[in-house]
Design a binder for this molecule. Structure first.
Ligand SMILES: [Zn+2]
Length: 424
């Protein structure tokens, strides 16, 4: 699991060279290449900017060239020596060859930044004809950092004294010239949200077992959300402290279970479905609660379905998802829509069942509720409980994703923060 890191996009090159690759979140060869491409482009940009300007005198030219040379090549605090210290010397074993190669190329290319080389190309303006001094390299560099796409500072587009017989077009042309052989900017590619990835992984397992995916409305009637599921009028979950009501007969569904009834009515028995979807409860957002969350529910109905089928299926599922060594434990519980009901725990995937902080030293983590479908619920769905039986389970997809990716705050999943999401 990679830790949560600050974005590096907004940093200037000067800030980047003071940080290590780890701090910059550069973890592969492509990232190294992009970084060095940026450095090469900046070097070329600053050199072109200086070349396109004019020095007021020989001494001024010497001074401008030396300032830019020192900025890049000074033994102490020059950009190249910072890159050597921060990127190359402390690079990981995997990245070092790539960083070394790029750094060597950069060092070769940087010979054009020596004072003698720069001075060849910077012209000296006639003192008498020159009203103002050229901008210093530091100021030029500063300005070009603001927008890496812009080739040079705006001052170059202003009329310059014409001492060498150059036309205005030549000067502007030199400032705008760009090297077409440089690689383009990389566009970041998106990826599936961790909750979507988890959901698809779970779906895949049940699809392979012959289940199909079923969905239903998120705005649901009180009948489907509560009554048909055998949840009595007096049940505390119906309280509007727990349930978000649209009006007295309509709610934002509190679980995916209403789709069980809808599917029974639509298809009858036998029935093998899983139901992924969003659910809503009157919860204040904190590290483990969100008013909107994701569930996956499973339902199997056929003749002669027993609790053994339920145990076998969920045991298989847990091993498939968390690995062959994982064991499952069933404990009695209560839900109005199943009888008997159970809580399923898996042996802790972090300590292997020996006891750790995550499993609170118990060696087990509770992951879902399950049970045999209550006969009244089958009846409500139009299925004869004398002929058919079934089981159901329900789990929280967000919790599974948090477990798998070691995320300790559910809010991170729903804040759409690119810095978090781009880790998946
Ligand atoms: Zn543990």
């Amino acid at each position: 699991m990679r830790p949560y890191r600050m974005q590096t996009l907004a940093m200037t090159l000067d800030e980047k060279v003071r940080r290590t690759l780890v701090d910059l979140d550069v973890t592969d060869a492509a990232g190294v290449e992009a970084l060095f491409t940026e450095v090469r482009a900046a070097m070329e940009r600053e050199r072109s900017a200086l070349v396109a300007s004019a020095a007021a005198s020989q001494a001024d030219r010497e001074k401008l060239c030396k300032a830019l040379r020192d900025r890049w090549l000074a033994r102490k605090h020059g950009l190249l020596s910072s890159i050597d210290e921060q990127w190359l010397k402390v690079a990981s074993k995997e990245l070092k060859p790539a960083v070394g190669r790029h750094f060597n190329e950069l060092r070769k290319a940087s010979s054009c930044m020596e004072v003698s080389e720069l001075a060849k190309e910077v012209r000296v303006a006639d003192d008498s004809a020159r009203p103002k001094a050229a901008a210093s390299p530091a100021a030029l560099a500063e300005d070009s950092w603001q927008n890496p796409v812009r080739p040079a500072a705006p001052s170059f587009y202003q009329p310059q004294p014409n001492t060498l017989g150059w036309g205005q077009d030549d000067i502007v042309g030199a400032a705008q010239a760009s090297d077409l052989t440089l690689p383009g900017n990389r566009r970041p590619q998106g990826s599936l949200h961790p909750v979507t990835q988890m959901q698809r992984e779970i779906e895949e397992i049940f699809l392979n077992l012959g289940f199909r995916i079923e969905s239903g409305p998120e705005i649901e009637s009180v009948y489907y959300n509560f009554d048909a599921l055998n949840i009595p009028e007096s049940h505390p979950s119906r309280d509007d402290w727990d349930t978000i009501y649209i009006n007295s007969q309509t709610v934002l569904r509190t679980h995916t279970s209403p789709v069980q009834i809808r599917a029974m009515e639509k298809y009858g028995a036998p029935l093998y479905i899983i139901i992924p979807g969003k659910c809503y409860r009157h919860d204040n957002p904190d590290a483990s609660h969100s008013p909107m969350f994701h569930q996956i529910e499973g339902l199997a109905i056929a003749s002669d379905i027993t609790f053994a089928d339920l145990k076998g299926t969920l045991d298989f599922f847990a091993r498939k998802l968390f690995g062959k060594k994982v064991r499952t434990r069933f404990q009695p519980s209560f839900f109005p829509f199943t009888e008997p009901s159970g809580e399923v725990a898996i042996s802790c995937i972090f300590c292997g069942g020996e006891g750790c902080r995550v499993c609170k030293e118990s060696g087990w983590i509770e992951v879902m509720g399950c049970g045999m479908v209550h006969p009244q619920v089958l009846r409500n769905g139009g299925i004869d409980p004398e002929k058919y039986s079934g089981w159901a389970f329900g789990l929280g997809v967000d919790r599974f994703a948090m477990m798998k990716y070691d995320i300790n705050d559910i809010q991170l999943l729903f804040q759409s923060d690119v810095r978090f999401l781009q880790q998946f």
